[in-house]
Design a protein around this ligand. Structure first.
Ligand SMILES: Cc1cc2nc3c(=O)[nH]c(=O)nc-3n(C[C@H](O)[C@H](O)[C@H](O)COP(=O)(O)OP(=O)(O)OC[C@H]3O[C@@H](n4cnc5c(N)ncnc54)[C@H](O)[C@@H]3O)c2cc1C
Length: 460
């Protein structure tokens, strides 16, 4: 029996565990630091309400194979829903995803013409200078005028650092590249629908978890990985974790698949690296507010790219599925505030966060009068997004090459590859690595394949 230890029970780890436990000859143990499986794509419950960890949807360009996997293999019921997003820009709401016509209608013909001309002038102007930073890359793509009016504030708000310090990768990883595909979508108003599981995004991990358990795989929760040990030949030999009682436990194994953050794994392997510049992450504070009244606007998701509005995104996720919180009276808002661990937004007490949310819901006109709050609470996600600041690549490759040099250790998934990617990408990575393991890594090497995953970019 080959024992495989999987670190982290998010979608990538769960997919791998599901595939391996279906085959004779593998025993799988998963170690998860939280009390629940699903990672970033979990759905939790509190006071009888279900809530996702931030707003999640399955995008329409998800590969047919992944949709089939979800529906047929896992039995997840997926609803096809129309997108009813609204983008708050320059004091007005625009339909989101935005079409060019919506944009002209909301921003005025005159201003749209100015933007269009500045875009054309930029297109005809020869490229000058490097495009290593987000600001340089964005200005090269759309021109300085459009960048200053529409993108700069958004970058500050999302990443919390000056856009000249963000790598151009930040643009590509967020599907902000300007290519014909993007322009065609904007003109034709594509992406007008999405898929969503009937009982919340966490239904995917629930199905995976049920099947793994049925196949005798073990998912050990509240089990934080502390150390990955190697033998004299630098092959994986064991994993040490803290059990739910805080007792240190060691499991022997010759294969470890890690989906925990790549810097955490490196520390588990090599100890903390005093003095070395760390990889940076952007966190998220998510406030859940149960309001007695529904908003006056019909939309289910509101996007706020400008800094003068403190909310990042506000969603009424129960509108994604009639089976989610169906007996709840009123609206459950999921409100996301991008921030970093330890900064003022991160540290704010819940009542202050709620106050900010209520003020912004009023100022933007989502509510005409202050709505009555039934209850509210918040969560913190410390490593929600990889932050691609200048120089991240060298730092990442230093860690990753040391991890890759260890025999029997694979770092994969959103956090394991420091990859701003989506659910379907996580599932694809899980399917690919498990099939490589099952075919004893015949054909192309794993390193080549994992390099392909770096091309994934996230959609909103
Ligand atoms: C706010 C937000 C909104 C998103 N919206 C969408 C969307 O609309 N559509 C979409 O397709 N994708 C979306 N995504 C992306 C999606 O959530 C991820 O791609 C996917 O869930 C990542 O799965 P994963 O298993 O690779 O990583 P993770 O979910 O990060 O799993 C890693 C696991 O490792 C565990 N772990 C960490 N450290 C340790 C340790 N020391 N010991 C043990 N366990 C540990 C973590 O608790 C976690 O369970 C969103 C992400 C965020 C943050």
């Amino acid at each position: 029996m080959k024992k495989v230890v999987i670190l982290g029970a998010g979608l990538t780890g769960l997919t791998i565990a599901r595939e391996l436990t279906r085959v004779k000859g593998y025993s799988v143990v998963m170690l998860e630091k939280e009390a629940y499986a699903g990672g970033l794509a979990a759905t939790l419950t509190k006071d009888g309400m279900s809530f996702d960890l931030g707003s999640h949807r399955i995008h329409p360009d998800t590969q047919a194979d992944v949709l089939r996997y979800l529906r047929s293999d896992l039995g997840v019921e997926l609803f096809k829903r129309p997108r009813k997003g609204a983008l708050y820009l320059q004091g007005k709401f625009l339909r989101y995803p935005v079409t060019i016509l919506d944009f002209i209608r909301a921003i005025s013909v005159r201003k749209s013409l100015i933007y269009f001309l500045s875009y054309l002038v930029n297109l005809l102007r020869p490229q000058k200078g490097p495009t290593t930073s987000y600001k340089q890359a964005m200005c090269a793509a759309v021109g300085e005028r459009i960048y200053a009016d529409l993108y700069e504030d958004f970058a500050w708000k999302l990443w919390g650092i000056d856009p000249v310090k963000i790598s151009a990768e930040g643009m590509h990883r967020r599907s902000l590249a300007f290519n014909w595909k993007a322009i065609r979508k904007a003109v034709l108003g594509m992406d007008r629908y999405f898929f969503y599981p009937s009982r919340g995004i966490g239904e995917i991990s629930k199905r995976l978890e049920e099947e793994i358990t049925r196949n005798h795989g073990e998912i050990l929760k509240e089990s934080k990985v502390r150390c990955v040990r190697l033998d004299r030949d630098r092959k994986v030999s064991s994993v040490v974790y803290d059990d739910p009682q805080g007792k240190s436990v060691e499991i022997e194994t010759s294969m470890v698949i890690s989906t925990i953050p790549v810097d955490t794994l490196h520390e588990c392997l090599m100890g903390s690296q005093e003095g070395a510049e760390p990889l940076k992450w952007r966190g998220l504070r998510v406030l859940y507010v149960h309001l007695k009244q529904f908003p006056s606007l019909e939309n289910d998701t509101f996007y706020f790219p400008e800094r003068r509005t403190r909310l990042g995104r506000a969603s009424v996720i129960q509108k994604f599925s009639p089976e989610l919180n169906s007996t709840l009276k009123g609206a459950l808002f999921t409100i996301e505030f991008p921030c970093s661990s330890g900064d003022p937004m991160w540290l704010k007490p819940d009542d202050e966060l709620l106050q900010i949310a209520l003020e912004d819901l009023l100022v933007t006109g989502i509510y005409k009068d202050t709505p009555e709050v039934v209850r509210s609470f918040s969560i913190r996600l410390e490593k929600a997004y990889p932050l691609y600041d200048l120089g991240w690549e060298e730092r990442f490759h230093r860690l990753f090459s040391q991890i890759n040099a260890v025999q029997g250790l694979y770092s994969i998934g959103r956090s394991g590859l420091f990859l701003h990617c989506n659910i379907d990408h996580s599932i694809l990575q899980g399917l690919e690595l498990s099939s490589q393991i099952l075919s004893a890594f015949s054909g192309g090497t794993w390193k080549d394949r994992s390099g392909q995953f770096r091309k994934f970019s996230a959609r909103d």
